[in-house]
Design a protein around this ligand. Structure first.
Ligand SMILES: *Cc1c(COP(=O)(O)O)cnc(C)c1O
Length: 407
């Protein structure tokens, strides 16, 4: 806590900081954590529907394998930079089977990551020179924006609008920016909008990136959290994607492993080599014991994982949707992710004002939409990371305070 307060308060040090730090907006969740902590300190029974961190434990098979792997001293030395061959084999096999795509070469077309965040950031260093553009979604995962700035690039925000089903419209990107762009980022199922993308959209993205020579990066953090009869596709289900795309997979959300820091990225060989060149100079690989435990996760039948996720999240989504409906909201329930993306009532001037009201009057933490980009203004994100009883309690409090959607 002390550390965070230190970060939030502007004091003048006796040494010089890099200018780039001034260009980086404060990390959203540090600010929310601080406000939440202050409410808790006031004795408020806070219902946390803010950050997207699964509340369920990691699967037992993974934990069991970790116990064994950590007792084996051969896991204790430096791991191979790109991941153990066993791990990468398990990753390419799992991905091929899950999405019905080609089996990528585990040696040249797949890398172990220390969670997606690290490799998402590092990939910008592999593709972006000062003055280059990146094409990133707004609203979107904040790292696409900050990593562009760290690399000296210029983010071009592609608005995700409700009227376009929260898919970017490539036709709206100015032609000179298309020619100066080095990376295009997509993330479906999407955080924060919870939108999904049809295969035809991925094909459009592949064709666009092929035409302009832009590496297509797909963030698949939520591929294993989906409901009803929906199943999320891979970018590699689109024709020609192997020539232009890489896809970032993570154990964090789908396997309840946010703290373990493990994932993988696979796809086009030259792009993987470029990312590998950055990573070998930045980190020294993921702990071998964790890679072994993660393999145990991939060995669990995939349907079992998604069924478990559906059991946990679908009932919560339904509770959130019916709570919202009772208070006047009316929109389609998400088919994937652990989020509900909802418009704020028109009587509030900003997402921040509405979210502060929820925290101050009801003790409810949700994320203001503008924290994910300017286009997110006017929305708020509810994470399905609380039990149904807590969700019901949250809506009861909103009802008591007469907080409703008013148009
Ligand atoms: C959570 C999240 C990540 C980061 O996942 P880690 O593997 O834990 O680093 C990346 N992208 C999106 C969209 C996320 O929501």
């Amino acid at each position: 806590m002390g550390v965070k307060i230190l970060f939030m308060t502007k004091t003048t040090p006796k040494f010089k900081l890099s200018k780039r730090l001034d260009l980086i907006p404060p990390y959203l969740f540090a600010r929310i954590d601080e406000k939440k902590a202050a409410a808790k300190a006031r004795g408020v029974d806070v219902i946390n529907m803010g950050i997207g961190d699964p509340d369920q434990p990691t699967l037992q098979a993974v934990v069991d394998e970790m116990h064994k792997a950590i007792d084996d001293s051969s896991t204790h030395d430096y791991p191979p930079y790109t991941g153990t061959l066993d791990y990468r084999k398990a990753c390419v096999e799992w991905t091929a089977k899950r999405f019905g795509i080609k089996e990528f070469d585990p040696v040249t077309e797949c890398l172990a990551t220390i969670g997606s965040k690290e490799s998402i950031h590092n990939s910008f260093l592999a593709f972006v020179d000062p003055g280059d553009y990146t094409l990133i979604p707004d609203p979107g995962y904040p790292v696409y924006n900050t990593a562009t700035i760290f690399a000296g690039g210029i983010p071009h925000k592609m608005p995700l609008l409700a009227e376009n089903d929260f898919l970017p419209d490539f036709d709206k990107i100015p032609v000179d920016i298309r020619n100066k762009a080095k990376m295009l980022w997509l993330n479906y199922p999407n955080n924060p909008t919870s939108a999904t993308a049809p295969l035809g959209f991925f094909q459009e993205a592949v064709d666009f990136c092929t035409k302009y020579g832009i590496v297509l990066c797909h963030d698949q953090s939520y591929s294993e959290i989906y409901f009803d009869n929906y199943t999320s596709p891979s970018v590699f289900n689109a024709k020609g994607a192997e020539d232009i795309a890489i896809e970032f997979h993570s154990f964090s959300k789908g396997f309840n492993m946010t703290g373990w820091r493990i994932g993988w990225v696979l796809g086009n060989k030259e792009a993987i080599q470029a990312l590998s060149q950055v990573k070998t100079n930045v980190d020294s690989g993921a702990f071998k014991a964790i890679q072994r435990a993660a393999i145990a996760g991939l060995n669990i039948p995939q349907q079992e994982i998604t069924k478990k996720n559906e059991e946990v999240y679908a009932v919560r989504r339904n509770a959130i949707m019916s709570g919202l409906k009772e208070l006047g909201w009316n929109f389609t329930a998400p088919k994937a992710t652990m989020f509900v993306w909802a418009p704020i009532p028109t009587s509030y001037t900003s997402s921040a004002e509405f979210c502060e009201k929820l925290l101050d009057e009801c003790g409810i933490v949700v994320s203001p939409g503008n924290a994910f980009g300017n286009v997110g203004e006017g929305f708020f994100r509810i994470a399905m990371t609380s039990e149904v009883s807590r969700i019901e309690e949250a809506f009861k409090r909103m009802k008591e305070k007469n907080i409703r959607f008013d148009s």
